[in-house]
Design a protein. Structure first.
Ligand SMILES: [Zn+2]
Length: 267
């Protein structure tokens, strides 16, 4: 198997890579491990002391659970694997508190944002500051202490670290009759085709986007032929922000490894 990084965003939260000489079963196992077995932090319990906003406690708690929190996998354990046996300690949970009240006078009200939560650990805080929680109208108050824990996507979607998907690597060819169709360069989606030495060729920089190729083949009138590789895959990860793509893949592979060794032990 060969792996080649195709692109990665500056913040390392989005990445695409090519997996060569593999099988759909293996690539899909990685995909499933990424979305459902990698632990991330999320708010799991909320204790309200004041809430006179228009939203019920339950609705606010649900919103809080879905706020992505930056995750520090080295400092926290999954509650069920912690030395406290899941009772709750500094190694497996973290408190975040919030206290906001809107002034009695005025008619504007005050927005409560994710950044209003004060975290006890600077390494674990909301990924995006401006996620709105609720709007408080004059005189309304909101005060709570939330408990964040590590969890996996298999138990609740709020613990999922990323959107992950893959597709077969597109293999596009210019057919014999297509070589002279240099006019197609401007008709097909921009950048897909190029003209070199008077002949129509595929632009290698676009070699991994099947959607663009599908569109190009559809309008090419037989000049292009699209096939998909059986053994090569293009894999994409889009992190929700808790972990970088590299951390997510590392944790996914670790969890697959421990699952397979558990399987061997049980056998
Ligand atoms: Zn613990």
């Amino acid at each position: 198997m060969n792996i080649k990084l195709l692109e990665q965003s500056k913040d390392k939260m989005n990445a695409s890579f090519l997996i060569e000489k593999s099988t759909p079963a293996f690539v899909n196992a990685i995909r499933r491990a990424v979305i459902s077995l990698v632990p991330v932090m999320a708010i799991d319990e909320v204790e309200f002391s004041k809430n006179s906003s228009v939203l019920y406690d339950e609705m606010i708690a649900h919103r809080l659970g879905l706020i992505p929190l930056t995750t520090d996998l080295k400092s926290y354990n999954l509650p069920e694997k912690c030395t406290c046996n899941g009772e709750g300690c500094a190694k497996c949970e973290l408190k975040l508190s919030l206290s906001v009240s809107a002034p009695e006078k005025g008619d504007e009200g005050v927005w409560v944002y994710a950044s209003d939560m004060k975290s006890k650990d600077p390494a674990v805080k909301p990924v995006f500051d401006k996620i709105p929680i609720v709007k408080l109208m004059p005189g309304q108050e909101l005060e709570f202490v939330a408990t964040a824990r590590l969890g996996i996507g298999l138990t609740h979607a709020k613990f999922s670290p990323a959107h992950a998907y893959y597709h077969y690597k597109p293999e596009v060819k210019v057919t014999k009759q297509g070589e002279s169709r240099t006019d197609l360069k401007d008709i097909c989606p921009p950048g897909v085709l190029d003209v070199k030495g008077g002949k129509l060729v595929i632009n290698k920089e676009y070699a991994f986007d099947p959607k663009l190729f599908e569109a190009a083949v559809a309008v090419s009138e037989g000049a292009l032929e699209l096939k998909e590789s059986d053994t090569d895959f293009v894999f994409h990860i889009e992190s929700w922000g808790q972990l970088t793509c590299k951390e997510i893949l590392g944790a996914a592979v670790d969890s697959l490894k421990s699952l397979t060794s558990e399987f061997v032990k049980s056998l």
